[in-house]
Design a protein around this ligand. Structure first.
Ligand code: CDP
Length: 214
């Protein structure tokens, strides 16, 4: 079984996908975490987004693995570092680079060939799992998405201003949806769910219902 979940920043993709993976006992793959890990590597090694030669070399040096939903980069748990505001504010600029996208998309397709998966991201329904059994496109108002993000961040120990978050989310959505290579877009055959006024449980139930009905 292959389930694709796409949507803009903070639409609840990862929370929802994790729960569905648990309930259905299938593997959850957070593709955003992979783009974040590559961004972290580039920032740590002072590789700018226009240095394609160094990025190409870096991709050979990076080994990404998920173990129990925790992302490891070259055997190091980077799950906390990839959520830092610095990575968040830079990730879209690295995620628009074709060689990075092709490297990760190929890896994601290979993971999905080996097992049943639920994957979340921006291009899962349109590119990575074009043949998914079900495609969901989650949305919510930018204000609601910022509120959710604020809560997540404060749980991780980062305090931020909601208005700054709204601006950052808008900026990231704009870069993600206007890039040339596999932009954030609803697949033609995806089902759109506006989660602005829904609880996590309601969204999970709606999607599981859609899966049951096939
Ligand atoms: O969780 P949040 O909505 O903040 O974003 P994420 O899923 O962690 O993804 C972080 C960034 O990675 C996005 O803003 C995109 O720039 C990029 N991304 C992508 O381009 N394609 C994907 N399949 C997943 C993420």
């Amino acid at each position: 079984m292959k389930i694709a979940i796409d949507g803009p920043a903070g639409s609840g993709k990862s929370t929802i996908a994790k729960q569905i993976a648990n309930n259905l006992n299938i593997t959850y793959i957070d593709t955003g975490a992979m783009y974040r890990a590559i961004t972290l590597y580039c920032l740590n090694n002072q590789i700018s987004e226009d240095n394609l030669e160094m990025i190409k070399n870096a991709l050979h040096e990076i080994n990404l693995e998920f173990i129990n939903n925790i992302i490891f980069m070259n055997d190091l748990d980077v799950s906390l570092e990839i959520r830092s505001p610095l990575v968040t504010n830079n990730v879209s600029n690295y995620a628009k680079i074709s060689i990075i996208r092709e490297f990760l998309q190929e890896k994601q397709k290979m993971i999905a060939e080996e097992q049943s998966v639920i994957m979340d991201g921006r291009d899962i329904g349109t590119v990575v799992l074009k043949d998914a059994d079900i495609k969901i496109f989650l949305t919510a108002t930018v204000e609601e998405r910022a509120r959710r993000r604020l809560k997540d961040l404060s749980g991780d120990g980062y305090e931020m201003d909601i208005n700054i978050l709204i601006e950052e989310i808008r900026r990231r959505d704009e870069i993600d949806s206007t890039r040339l290579h596999s932009p954030l877009m609803k697949a033609e055959d995806a089902i759109e769910i506006d989660t602005s006024k829904m609880t996590i449980e309601e969204v999970v139930e709606t999607i599981e219902d859609l899966i049951r009905r096939g």
